[in-house]
Ligand binder design. Structure first.
Ligand code: SAM
Length: 284
């Protein structure tokens, strides 16, 4: 097989493709990293793989060799001809021309569930919408086993941080609620054409089968998290107050007192269980 770099250059030249920055197009050109993504996703012939943003089809080609079926969702119409030409010999390839945020993934999964017992999501994500995509995949409570994606290094650090420890942010708690995250590998910006401004990392999210929290109100839990991190460097108390979670300072103070937390505590030093306790105290 050609190297990913040769393949990328060849396809870009043949089809006259220049990367579209506004679509977050940074094509992966390192064979080793492509292999690491596919291996860490542990794809097998029993799996339906949903790939977001196949681009020139670099990951897609390797996924098709291992998966039962690959459904690729691509927004850029210039890629459609490339992908169709490249993968026409595969009967386990399906291409959706759409914005991933608009695709009914639940329906897509349920249409394939008779044939494929496991669903895995794999992608080199477009960076301008990394967080909305990850949150949509999790919040939709899709019946998927894992999500293996390339994201900016900074986002990877937040997602894989231990809640309550260094680098924790709203996304740390939100992702941790749904999944067990881990960083697979660091990826320097030199491994892409064109080279992005920042380095990246591959992360693997193992979706939890059962909730780790005993929540009275899940919607409120996410509101509490959002409010607590709305203004970074502000105290948790101010976040809860400004976010309308508590109606006055006294109510907020009482909650902190019950949890034996200091009045000036910040959101990022709480454990996920402490956020669950706050939620349960507030839910009537
Ligand atoms: N998978 C290729 C690779 O690894 O070289 C391309 C990855 S590139 C970082 C992101 C891809 O996502 C591009 O092909 C881009 O056109 C596509 N994309 C951007 N926004 C999208 C969206 N909202 N829905 C689906 N695909 C999108």
């Amino acid at each position: 097989m050609e190297s990913v770099l040769q393949e990328t250059k060849f396809l870009m030249k043949k089809y006259g493709i220049t990367a579209n920055k506004s679509l977050g197009q940074n094509f992966l050109i390192d064979d080793e990293i492509v292999a690491q993504i596919v291996n860490s996703a542990q794809v097998s012939k029993e799996d339906l793989v949903i790939e977001i943003g196949p681009g020139l089809g670099t990951l897609t080609a390797r996924l098709l060799e291992k998966a039962g079926k690959v459904v690729a969702i691509e927004l850029d119409d210039r890629m459609l001809k490339i992908l169709t030409d490249r993968f026409r010999i595969y009967d386990n390839f399906e291409l959706l021309h759409n914005d991933v945020l608009k695709v009914d993934l639940k329906q897509l999964i349920s249409a394939n569930k008779e044939q494929y017992s496991h669903v895995k999501i794999v992608a080199n994500l477009p960076y301008y919408i990394t967080t909305p995509i990850i949150m949509k995949l999790l919040e939709d409570k899709l019946k998927v086993e894992s999500i293996t994606v390339m994201v900016q290094k900074e986002v990877a650090d937040r997602i894989t941080a231990v809640p309550g420890e260094k680098y924790s942010g709203a996304i740390t708690y939100s992702v941790y609620y749904y999944a067990e995250p881990k960083e697979v590998c660091f990826v320097s910006k030199d491994n892409f054409i064109p080279s992005p401004e920042v380095d990246s990392a591959v992360i693997h999210l193992n979706i939890r089968e059962e909730s780790i929290l005993n929540l009275k109100d899940e919607v409120l839990f996410f509101k509490v998290i959002k409010a607590s991190f709305m203004q970074r460097r502000k105290t948790l108390l101010n976040g809860l107050l400004n976010g309308g979670i508590v109606s006055n300072k006294e109510e907020g103070k009482q909650i902190l007192e019950t949890l034996e937390l200091p009045e000036n505590v910040r959101g990022e030093s709480l454990t996920i269980q402490q956020f669950a306790e706050i939620t349960n105290m507030l839910s009537k």
